[in-house]
Design a protein around this ligand. Structure first.
Ligand SMILES: N[C@@H](CCC(=O)N[C@@H](CS)C(=O)NCC(=O)O)C(=O)O
Length: 220
């Protein structure tokens, strides 16, 4: 399977990009893959002719499974789980819980975590995002207490087992890892730490840093 990932990125994006999600899931699912590296910006994913065929919005990640092309990190992770029969239960109701919490991360949390990340990265050069930051934090402070309580009662977001919903949750919450917000949610932070300690994530993060040609630990 081919997976389209970044091979160059500006430093402020190191460790935040969504190709990490796809690579992590491929490793966890034990699917053999070839990483196709693209440069960020013109001459890379914006201008590369072949990539326009693979990804309608010219965005990373994308996969090509023997001619079957898929984009959207959430869809890719669910596909990999279904294909391998790993990181997702086999029964319909169990699978629906994985869909539910994957969508919660992408639909309830990421629309607010991402603008907070960009507000912090862009600082005073983007007063509009700065002005919205308290409101975005307030909304997350509505969702995260529930997730914190859940993760106090169970090790993973859908229950006893690690699933692709935990990969998405971890990666979305990594967008907040340098903020003040997650310190308020110790069980959420503990979940993120446990997930990031998994050998598959460590391997993928090392490979990500090597591919970008950046020092070990700089995307952590
Ligand atoms: N909803 C998409 C978003 C993909 C996305 O925004 N990818 C970013 C990298 S994390 C990208 O390729 N940005 C470059 C661009 O949009 O030009 C997903 O979850 O896969």
């Amino acid at each position: 399977m081919k997976v389209y990932v970044f091979k160059s990125l500006p430093p402020f994006l190191w460790g935040y990009t969504r190709d990490l999600r796809a690579m992590w899931a491929l490793e966890e699912c034990g699917i053999a893959y070839e990483a196709v590296g693209l440069d960020c910006g013109p001459k890379g994913l914006q201008d590369e002719v072949e990539f326009g065929v693979v990804s309608p919005f010219r965005q990373v990640p994308a996969i090509d499974d023997d001619g079957y092309v898929l984009t959207e990190s959430g869809a890719i992770l669910l596909y990999l789980a279904e294909k391998s029969g790993k990181l997702i239960p086999s029964d319909l109701k169990g699978r629906a819980q994985v869909y539910r919490w994957t969508i919660t991360s992408l639909n309830n949390i990421e629309p607010f975590s991402l603008p907070i990340l960009f507000a912090d990265l862009q600082g005073d050069s983007n007063p509009h995002l700065q002005a919205l930051r308290p409101w975005h934090v307030e909304i997350l402070d509505r969702f995260l207490p529930t997730i914190d309580q859940m993760l106090q009662a169970q090790p993973f977001i859908t229950g006893a087992d690690f699933t692709v919903a935990d990969i998405i949750l971890t990666c979305v919450l990594r967008e907040l890892r340098k903020t003040e917000i997650l310190a308020r949610y110790p069980n959420v932070e503990d979940h993120r730490r446990r997930c990031e300690e998994r050998p598959a994530f460590v391997k993928v993060l090392n490979a990500y840093e090597d591919r970008l040609g950046i020092p070990r630990g700089s995307a952590r």
